[in-house]
Each structure stands twice: as structure tokens, then as C-alpha cells.
Design a protein around this ligand. Structure first.
Ligand SMILES: *[C@@H]1O[C@H](CO)[C@@H](O)[C@H](O)[C@H]1NC(C)=O
Ligand SMILES: *[C@@H]1O[C@H](CO)[C@@H](O)[C@H](O)[C@H]1NC(C)=O
Length: 566
């Protein structure tokens, strides 16, 4: 992309005063909907959530406390564990110039399911990150007090992400007190691995998400499971006045063992690429990624990655959702060109496309059957040439383009912070990916996108004090779908739909909500997934045609929410 495009964007942003993106059809104020809340006095920062669908428990990591809540009704607390910083540690932390009242506390940042009986938990612990094993039967810590460096940030204000894969913890965070050394690492007793500490690998990243995508069990190529990381970092490849942010996807292979000499105890499979989320004809570039959700469903041919983005200078408050299919991502990493740094003048480096010869096996590729056939059984036997190449060229030149080459949703006057996506089958059999998106003002947007456009079904005010939604989880067990949102002040549980708020057939149908349908015999708007069986005479029309209602309805009455005309 030309540099001039970026300059054009900043000017243009101001000018996008035109109505941009759909308006929520209906807005539910906080008091209009019945949501379940959880918070305790003197406890704050409920930022880490973990859902156990098998046990029906929502684990909550807050400041110096871990809770276990009934996931069907989070107001029901099952356990609580206080995990405090010792007096001594707090004093030492304060001596180093940190605030004793706020920063020198223990903020729980990692809550991961290790196995049936244990959670792996880490907290900032007054700038001495510490990890431990939480026994789910006694709800007590094992007292291991492992050094959490590289797994949990020192500073509660710093970004972090983690995912547990086959009892090994993968995390993106910072490795030192100052927060100046970023790291993506695997914590494992056999083969801990980490990123090189070098600008081309990670350049002031802001981590937002990590997840595993398993290799296709039916495939015969012997590919590995891969762990993907999402973050925004400072660009090395574009020159710009000041720091230009770039949204990235990076990935590593699960069976990576590091190199034998080159890249010893470092990833041999770390590659990253730029995620594109732009509106080409409007010259709008969304270059900060705030959250990601990977939709994996048996009804999908391949996983789809949903990301929420904002522009770097967001003076008009624009947000976008872009979706990427996994094959596009894989194509970039497995066939794309690499970038290379070239020194121009004395100290100035410039990143350009590498057009030279690429060593074999392909740098950064996972060990698959083809590699094994050439006798490369593990990353430990990879030739030095391959390893040296990936060490110097972790950045791909090709970028990951979104499905349909444009955002799924663009919205003005809002900053989107979190996203989850539910895949539902409407009454007529059409499948919709319903996006639930949290905002920095404590609201939730529920939206669908279809061929002819996008539609925000509703806006719900989850938090009465308009604070940012920091974590969003979806429980999509059949017949029991809920959303859980965490913030500084507490946790909220919300149903995925408020069908019964619609009191007329027309309101129910015009909501264009795949969860809701009108049941003529009972004259009520129902959640179709809560019913035992679907019936033929129910009325639903996601296109917004309510003509079928007229047979059953003569009077038109507004619903209790505020109805806005699209
Ligand atoms: C914790 O919550 C308080 C508000 O209750 C907020 O001011 C503070 O910034 C939060 N701290 C972190 C590290 O999130
Ligand atoms: C993935 O996205 C690309 C680019 O939009 C498209 O060409 C390809 O057909 C998509 N694949 C699937 C399986 O949807």
C-alpha cells in the first residue's frame, strides 16, 4: 500500500460525517431487560473469564480473588478464593515506584483449564508474576508459586493473552518489569519455547487473542495443530511520521521443538502477517485490532476468524468487523512471499519483498509428512539454512485479506472492544453467523450480515455505568445460550435474545432476529431454540417482510423498547 493512502486516511476520517453503517433497530436500556449480575463489594477488575461448559461453571479472575459461579445463574456463587499479595511484596513493589494501592496488587490474568481437577492460574502479584494450580475440588491453590515471567504480565495495565493446548500454556505478554520485552512463549516441562527478542519478531505488540486450530483429522498430509496469536504492533514495513500500527496474525506449530543450534529453545515456526481490514473505495483503514473470535462449527467447511478493528486515530469513532477464512491465512503462511530487511544508508533499514531463493524445507513450515519423508522428523533436525532464514524473515510480504474483500460490519460513533459469534439456523434453514459485539460504553450490539447488507438487530446496555466490556464469552450449549461479559465493576449474564419483549407479530418479525419467531396460536414471540420442536406455522422473516402477520393481526402496537426507523 502506498504511503500516501495513509495520509489520505487521516484527513478523510474527519470528513466521514455521513451516516455510516446501520443503526441498531432497537435499544434496550439497562433497566428494560433482566440481566443477571455478579459483583462483590471491595472486589474490582473482573477481567478474566473462563467457562467450563461440562461443569456449567463460570470462573472469574478479579483483583486478588478467583470465583466459581453457576453458569446458569451467575448470581449463585459456588466458591471463592482470595489470592493476596504479601505485605512484604507490596512494600517492595511500592519502593520501585509503583502505586501500593492499585498496581502493587494481584490481578488474575491467566485462568486456564489444565485438566478435570486443576486450573492453571497466574496473577501479576505486585509486579512479580506468579502461577499456581487451583484444585477444583477443594478450591485451593497448590502453593507451587511458580515464576510467572513470560506467562503473565508484571504490570496489570499491559496486554496479555493465553491459551491452554494439551496441558501446555501458550502466552503472549511481556517478559520484564518495564514491560519493554515482548514475548510469545510456550510453557512446557519438556520443551519450553519463546520468540527471539528482536524487533522484526515483535515490535511493541498489544496482544488481544490466542487460540488453537487443530489439523483436519481427515487430511493425509500429517499437518500439525497450530496456535494463532493476534496483536497490533508498530510497523517496520511502512515509513510514517510517528508510529504506524499494524494488525497481525502470527502462528506457531504445536510440535515445534526449537532448533538444535540456531534458534535453540526458540520457535522455528513463528511467522506473522498483516491482517487487512479496509474499505477500499472509501480509503478507510482499520489498523488496530481489539479482539478476535474463531468460529469453529461442524456446519462450516473451515474455521472463520472474526476480528473487531478501529482506526489508529479514531476521532469520529469508527469500528469494523472483518472475517477471514482459514484457508486464506494458511495460503499466506505456506505459499506467500517473505519480507526482508535491507540496510539503506548507515543505520536505516527498509523492509522489502524477498525475491531470492527460499531454502528447503520451507522456513516456518510445520513438520508434516513431506518433511518426514525427507527425514526431517522434528524441528531439531531442520537444516541451519532454513532456521537462519526464518530467524531473519518472520514477516510475510503477503497480507491476509478478509472474506468478500470488505468488512462484515462498519459502524460509526462506537468503539468495539470484544466479539463472539454464534452460528444459528433460522426457521427456513438458512444459517446466520450472529455477531455479538461489546463496546467501550458497556453496550452490546447483536448483528447479522447477509448478501445485501448488514443489520444490527439490537443494542443492549449491559453495564449501567457505561464502562468498557473487557471480556465476552458465549455459552452455546443447545437450549441454553448465554453471553457473559466482564468489566472493571462486575460480570453480567445475558440471554442471546429478548424475544418475549416483542408483543406483536409485526414487532417480532421486523426484529429480523434469527432466534425469535411469532407463535400465532399463543400470540407470543418465542425463542425458537428454547422450544422442544419447531412448528410450521411459526412466523419469522429475516428479510423483514411481515406480511404473513396480517392474517393474524389487525392492530399494530409498539413494543416497549425504543424503536428506531432504519
Ligand atoms: C481496575 O478497576 C478500576 C475501577 O474499578 C480502574 O480504575 C482500574 O484502571 C482497573 N485496573 C486495571 C489494571 O484494569
Ligand atoms: C476463502 O476466502 C477466499 C478469499 O475471499 C475465497 O477465494 C475462498 O473461496 C474462500 N474459501 C472458502 C472455503 O470459503
Amino acid at each position: 500500500m502506498a504511503l500516501s493512502a495513509f495520509y489520505a486516511v487521516w484527513g478523510l476520517l474527519l470528513e466521514v460525517a455521513i451516516a455510516f453503517g446501520p443503526v441498531p433497530r432497537i435499544t434496550w436500556e439497562h433497566k428494560e431487560v433482566q440481566l443477571i449480575h455478579f459483583n462483590e463489594s471491595k472486589v474490582s477488575n473482573y477481567s478474566t473469564l473462563l467457562l467450563s461448559e461440562d461443569k456449567n461453571i463460570l470462573y472469574v479472575g478479579a483483583r486478588e480473588v478467583i470465583f466459581a459461579l453457576n453458569a446458569v445463574n451467575i448470581a449463585e456463587k459456588q466458591h471463592e478464593l482470595h489470592w493476596k499479595v504479601t505485605e512484604d511484596k507490596r512494600t517492595k513493589c511500592a519502593v520501585k515506584g509503583k502505586s501500593e494501592q492499585t498496581e502493587c496488587r494481584n490481578y488474575v490474568r491467566v485462568l486456564q483449564q489444565l485438566n478435570d481437577t486443576f486450573l492453571y492460574v497466574c496473577g501479576t502479584n505486585a509486579f512479580q508474576p506468579t502461577c499456581d494450580y487451583l484444585n477444583l475440588i477443594s478450591f485451593e491453590l497448590g502453593g507451587k508459586n511458580e515464576d510467572g515471567k513470560g506467562r503473565c504480565p508484571f504490570d496489570p495495565a499491559q496486554s496479555y493473552t493465553s491459551v491452554m493446548v494439551d496441558e501446555e500454556l501458550y502466552s503472549g505478554t511481556s517478559y520484564n518489569f518495564l514491560g519493554s520485552e515482548p514475548i510469545i512463549s510456550r510453557h512446557s516441562h519438556q520443551s519450553p519455547l519463546r520468540t527471539e527478542y528482536a524487533i522484526p519478531w515483535l515490535n511493541e505488540p498489544n496482544f488481544v487473542f490466542a487460540d488453537v486450530i487443530r489439523a483436519d483429522p481427515n487430511s493425509t498430509d500429517g499437518e500439525d495443530d497450530k496456535i494463532y496469536f493476534f496483536f497490533t504492533e508498530v510497523s517496520v514495513e511502512y515509513e510514517f511520521v510517528g508510529k504506524l500500527m499494524i494488525p497481525r496474525i502470527a502462528r506457531v506449530c504445536k510440535r515445534d521443538q526449537g532448533g538444535l543450534r540456531t534458534l535453540q529453545k526458540k520457535w522455528t515456526s513463528f511467522l506473522k502477517a498483516r491482517l487487512i481490514c479496509t474499505i477500499p473505495d472509501k480509503n478507510l483503514i482499520f489498523n488496530v485490532i481489539n479482539d478476535v473470535f474463531i468460529l469453529k462449527s461442524p456446519t462450516l467447511k473451515e474455521p472463520v476468524i472474526y476480528g473487531v478493528f478501529t482506526p489508529q486515530l479514531n476521532n469520529v469513532g469508527l469500528s469494523a468487523v472483518c472475517a477471514y477464512n482459514l484457508s486464506t491465512v494458511e495460503e499466506v503462511f505456506s505459499k506467500g512471499k517473505y519480507m526482508q530487511s535491507a540496510t539503506v544508508e548507515q543505520s536505516h533499514t527498509k523492509w522489502v519483498r524477498y525475491n531470492g531463493e527460499i531454502p528447503n524445507p520451507r522456513p516456518g513450515a510445520c513438520i508434516n509428512n513431506e518433511a518426514r519423508a525427507s527425514n526431517y522428523m522434528s524441528s531439531l533436525n531442520l537444516p541451519d539454512k532454513t532456521l537462519q532464514f526464518v530467524k531473519d524473515h518472520p514477516l510475510m510480504d503477503d497480507s491476509v485479506t478478509p472474506m468478500g474483500d470488505r468488512p462484515r460490519l462498519v459502524k460509526r460513533d462506537v468503539k468495539y472492544t470484544q466479539i463472539v459469534v454464534d452460528r444459528v439456523r433460522a426457521l427456513n434453514g438458512t444459517i446466520y453467523d450472529v455477531m455479538f459485539i461489546g463496546t467501550d460504553q458497556g453496550a452490546l450490539h447483536k448483528a447479522i450480515s447477509y448478501e445485501n447488507g448488514m443489520h444490527i438487530i439490537e443494542e443492549t446496555q449491559l453495564f449501567p455505568n457505561f464502562e468498557p466490556v473487557q471480556t465476552l464469552l458465549l455459552s452455546s450449549k443447545t437450549g441454553r445460550r448465554y453471553l457473559f461479559a466482564g468489566s472493571n465493576s462486575g460480570v453480567v449474564q445475558s440471554p442471546v435474545a429478548f424475544c418475549d419483549k416483542y408483543t406483536t407479530c409485526v414487532d417480532c418479525v421486523l426484529a429480523r432476529d434469527p432466534y425469535c419467531a411469532w407463535k400465532p396460536l399463543e400470540a407470543s414471540c418465542i425463542d425458537i431454540f428454547k422450544e422442544g420442536e419447531m412448528e410450521r406455522n411459526w412466523i419469522q422473516n429475516i428479510g423483514g417482510d411481515a406480511s404473513s402477520c396480517s392474517e393474524f393481526l389487525k392492530t399494530f402496537r409498539g413494543s416497549s423498547g425504543k424503536l428506531q426507523v432504519n
